[in-house]
Design a binder for this molecule. Structure first.
Ligand code: TXA
Ligand code: MG
Length: 346
C-alpha cells in the first residue's frame, strides 16, 4: 500500500533564539530538495513536505506507513495564499473569510474544494483539501520562506500517539526522516479542529465538525450552526478511524470507578484527570503509577497540552494496562475525550 521509507541519520536542529535563522534556512533547503522535515506547530509536530511536489509528499506516506486513503492537511503561510490551494465557492466565501479572520493563524482546518495545482496524492484523490495557517512562528516562517504550501500530517507512525516534542518525533520517525526542527513543546497539545461548511439560505451556514480540537464548538457557533459528523457518516474524515492514538500498552477509558475490576498479578496505571484531589478514581485501587493531566485544578487547556506526553510516558512504563478516567466533556474537553476514546478503541 505504501513505498518503503529511506534510511536516514536523523538530525535534530534547535530553533532557539540564536539558531532560529539557521534552523529555518536548513528546513527550507531540505523542503526545496524534495525531502520531508518534522516541524513544530502550535498543536502537534507535523511531518512537512512541499505540497506541490508529489514525490516529496509520497515520502510522508512512506515514513509514517500511512495508508494512501488518508489525506493530508495543507498549511499556507497566510489567508492570501488560500486561492493557490482552494477554489472557494462564492456561497461560502463570506463564512471562510470570517473564520480566517477570527481563527487564522491557528488550529482550525477548513475542508474546501481543491485547485488543480494540489496533487491528488495530497488529498487521497478527494476533490477537497484541508487547509490551515499554523499559528507557530517557526512553522509559519518556514512556510513563508519556502513560498509554497506545506503538506503536513502529525509526525507519528500511522495510528500511534501524536508527538508534542522533538524527542517524541525522534522516537516515532528517527531513522526515517532527515531532519527535525526542535522548538520545544507544542502549546495546544491536540490536533486542529476540522470543519467543512455548507451554506444555508438566509441563515448562518452549517459547520460540520469532522474532528474536535482546540477551536471549540462554542467558539465556532458565533459564525455558524455546528453539526457533529457521526462515526460511519460519509462526511467523516477518512483518516479518523475509530482506533487511533494507540499506545502499545493496552489502554482503556472507563466512565466510573465501578467499571474497573483488577485482575490479580497485573500492573495498572491510572491516567488521571486531576490526580489526588480529583478523588475517587485515584483512591479506588493501589495503582502502580498515577499520572495526572491537570493536577488539582482540572484545567482543560493544561490537560490538552499534557495529554499525548502523558500517554507516551505511561506507555513506556511497562504496565499491563493503562486505565484512563474521563475529563469534563465541555469546551476543549470534547477534543480530549475524542482522543481518549480512540486510544481506547484499539
Ligand atoms: O493540528 C493538525 O491538524 C496537525 C498539524 C501538523 O497541522 N496535523 C494533523 O494531520 O493532525 P493528520 O494527518 O494527523 O490529521 C489530519 C486529518 C486526518 O484524519 C485526515 O483524514 C483529515 O484530516 N483530512 C485531511 N484532508 C481531508 C479531506 N480533504 N477530507 C476529509 N478529511 C481530511
Ligand atoms: Mg495524525
Amino acid at each position: 500500500m505504501f513505498q518503503t521509507y529511506s534510511v536516514f541519520e536523523t538530525k535534530i536542529i534547535e530553533a532557539t533564539d540564536d539558531g532560529m535563522k539557521e534552523a529555518q534556512n536548513e528546513a527550507v533547503a531540505m523542503l526545496q530538495s524534495g525531502e520531508t522535515v518534522a516541524l513544530p506547530t502550535e498543536t502537534v509536530y507535523g511531518l512537512g513536505a512541499d505540497a506541490f511536489n508529489p514525490e516529496a509528499v509520497a515520502k510522508i506516506f512512506a515514513a509514517k506507513e500511512r495508508p494512501d486513503f488518508d489525506p493530508l492537511i495543507v498549511h499556507i503561510a497566510s489567508y492570501k495564499d488560500l486561492k493557490e490551494v482552494a477554489d472557494v465557492p462564492p456561497e461560502i466565501e463570506d463564512a471562510v473569510k470570517k473564520l480566517a479572520n477570527e481563527f487564522w493563524p491557528g488550529p482550525l482546518t477548513i475542508l474546501l474544494p481543491k485547485t488543480a495545482k494540489v496533487p491528488s496524492i495530497v488529498t487521497s484523490g478527494l476533490p477537497t483539501v484541508g487547509v490551515r495557517v499554523s499559528g507557530h512562528p517557526i512553522f509559519r516562517g518556514i512556510n513563508q520562506a519556502l513560498g509554497r504550501p506545506i503538506a503536513a500530517p502529525s509526525a507519528n507512525r500511522f495510528g500511534r500517539i501524536s508527538p508534542t516534542s522533538a524527542s517524541a518525533v525522534m522516537k516515532e520517525l528517527g531513522g526515517r526522516i532527515p531532519l527535525i526542527v526542535d522548538a520545544g513543546a507544542c502549546c495546544e497539545g491536540v490536533e486542529s479542529t476540522i470543519i467543512s461548511i455548507a451554506p444555508r439560505e438566509g441563515k448562518k451556514p452549517f459547520f460540520y465538525l469532522h474532528r474536535a480540537g482546540p477551536i471549540t464548538k462554542e467558539q465556532l457557533q458565533v459564525f455558524g450552526k455546528v453539526e457533529k459528523v457521526k462515526p460511519g457518516d460519509k462526511l467523516q474524515a477518512p483518516g479518523q478511524l475509530e482506533s487511533h492514538y494507540a499506545p502499545l500498552t493496552p489502554f482503556r477509558l472507563i466512565s466510573k470507578p465501578e467499571d474497573f475490576t483488577p485482575e490479580p498479578g497485573k500492573t495498572y496505571g491510572l491516567l488521571s484527570y486531576k490526580g489526588e484531589e480529583g478523588g475517587e478514581f485515584v483512591r479506588m485501587h493501589e495503582w502502580d503509577s498515577v499520572v495526572a493531566l491537570s493536577p488539582g485544578s482540572g484545567k482543560l487547556a493544561e490537560a490538552a497540552i499534557r495529554l499525548f506526553y502523558a500517554m507516551r510516558e505511561m506507555d513506556e512504563m511497562g504496565l499491563d494496562e493503562i486505565i484512563a478516567e474521563p475529563v469534563s466533556e465541555t469546551g476543549l474537553g470534547v477534543a480530549i475525550m475524542d482522543r481518549l476514546r480512540r486510544a481506547s478503541a484499539s
